[in-house]
Design a protein around this ligand. Sequence first.
Ligand code: CO
Length: 138
Amino acid sequence: MFGRLNHVGVATPSIVRAREHYAGLFGTAAVGEPFDLAEQGVRVCFVDAENTQIELIEPLDDASPVAGFLARNPAGGQHHLCFEVGDLDAAIAQATAAGARVLGSPRIGAHGTRIVFLHPRDMGGVLVELMEAPDGGH
Ligand code: CO
């Protein structure tokens, strides 16, 4: 089953400007350092909210899927929700049995554990990331 909300993904055309914005809202200590996920074509930066995180995402180039999102939403915006799961393979089997399409195969995500995305058309219009929790889930 799906577990806790790990983060909300927010696409932005500028992580530099987005970090300033979120530092003003949550304080500078809550805003992490950006780093590149070259395999996924994005630079990311996590912001700590009290009960979850916000994942700022900026495309590294025009080939990134996030570049297409920003073409449709130039100011940026909410991109995906990430839920923790204890066993990613079991969660994929569950989601697939329920009719959800899995986008690609599992890969290593921004938190260093395996992740996969589910098609928004099968998830009520929301792009959903499933992330294997480091401690085996909740
Ligand atoms: Co994410």
